[in-house]
Design a protein. Structure first.
Length: 394
């Protein structure tokens, strides 16, 4: 178990300085996240997700911890770079930029827009900037349009076997919850309500005791390798988002939903032989589509720790405290770097290191610092953020 004082100290004294000192680009702006174990830059390209994830983190810390010049300077460099270079002419956003901001890759998904919306909303609340709040909501509305409007996103599959991912309602719920504690607005409330309903209706299958990662448009199992593949980290992240809704609405039904999502995912995902949460498992216990299925990535461990803390606070059930203790002990033993800040990201099943990197286009200053922030907030060490009046575009 990690106390709020411990998590706050690690965030402030280790994680933030590591990424500011080694990642923030003093020449071109933005943050470079392809870092070696000691913070050495392995590749100076920049991921758009990581620009806005880091901007969100810095703004949240400035709002809920304390004003620090080094955090503000880093935030301005990252936000300015992202706003200048992350947007394509069609209003959509890139995924991958070179060091100076020229586009390398653009993905069909709207996740760049979601992380940008989170950052814009958090900075708008920090600066009490109504204009930026309006931009944040426009970004979120566009992301939701791309996810839901037929033809707005190039489909991954043909019409022979269409599907929809859990990622869409989960990330949308997360963005809506960020809006609730920053700029507010009816749109965020509507999205939160609809996403919880979609998760419960289409992805949570009580008959199977599973949270599916991809389903048919009607919410049915797609009985093929990819359709049977469960992503335990996503399911547990969705669980604590639902438990946050339950906390906000004082809804026992949502407490049960979130705990079911966590319980089923823990039962399937906790590695009884070596400890830690597995990447993927098959719905029926067979082989999975992903060859990295039995590796241990850093972020599912983070989501499991948060979900267990939420579940214990919601129910008082000791098993959730025991589970949090188990995954925390495993993560600190295997992911924590005794010589340099931040966690390793990629381990083999037995907990040995598969890659020593601290970051890339997917891993950066987000999941671990978010874990530290959330745990410190849940135990009252850090004051929970609240909506700033007068910023909602409503």
């Amino acid at each position: 178990m990690l106390s709020g004082e411990t998590t706050r100290a690690r965030l402030v004294d280790e994680i933030l300085p590591f990424w500011i000192d080694h990642g923030v680009d003093p020449e071109h702006g933005g943050v470079m996240t392809c870092l070696d174990r000691d913070g050495s830059v392995l590749d100076d390209d920049k991921g758009v997700w990581q620009q806005f994830r880091f901007a969100w983190l810095l703004a949240r810390c400035l709002r809920t911890l304390e004003p620090r010049d080094e955090w503000r300077n880093a935030l301005d460099q990252v936000m300015d770079f992202g706003r200048a270079h992350a947007f394509d002419e069609d209003g959509r956003m890139f995924f991958h930029l070179d060091r100076v901001g020229r586009p390398i890759r653009k993905r069909r998904y709207a996740y760049s827009e979601c992380f940008a919306a989170m950052a814009f909303a958090e900075v708008a609340a920090l600066d009490r900037d109504a204009s930026l709040a309006k931009e944040a909501e426009a970004l979120f509305r566009n992301a939701r349009r791309v996810m839901s409007e037929p033809g707005a996103m190039v489909p991954k599959e043909t019409s022979v076997r269409p599907g929809k991912p859990l990622g869409h309602p989960v990330i949308s719920l997360g963005v809506a919850q960020t809006f609730r504690t920053s700029i507010g607005g009816r749109f965020a409330e509507e999205v939160a309500t609809s996403c919880v309903a979609e998760i419960q209706r289409d992805f949570v299958h009580s008959d199977l005791q599973a949270v599916l990662e991809v389903v048919s448009p009607e919410g049915a199992v797609i009985d093929h390798l990819e359709g049977r593949q469960l992503n335990l980290g996503h399911a547990m992240e969705g669980a604590w988002f639902v438990l946050e809704e339950a906390r906000r609405k004082d809804d026992d039904g949502l407490v049960q939903l979130g705990c079911d999502m966590l319980d089923w995912s823990w039962t399937r995902g906790w590695d009884q032989a070596h400890g830690g949460i597995l990447n993927f498992v098959d719905l029926n216990g067979g082989p999975t589509a992903a060859i990295e299925h039995d590796m241990k990535f850093w972020w599912p461990q983070c989501e499991a720790m948060i979900a267990c803390r939420y579940a214990f606070q919601a129910t008082g059930d000791q098993r959730y405290r025991d589970r949090e203790s188990a995954v925390t002990s495993w993560a600190l033993e295997h992911l924590d770097d005794p010589e340099h800040p931040d966690w390793f990201g990629y381990l083999h099943r037995d907990g040995s290191i598969a890659s020593r990197v601290k970051g890339n286009l997917w891993k950066g200053p987000f999941h671990l610092p978010r874990l530290l922030l959330v745990l410190a907030t849940l135990d009252g060490t850090i004051t929970a953020p609240s909506v700033v009046d007068g910023l909602s575009p409503d």
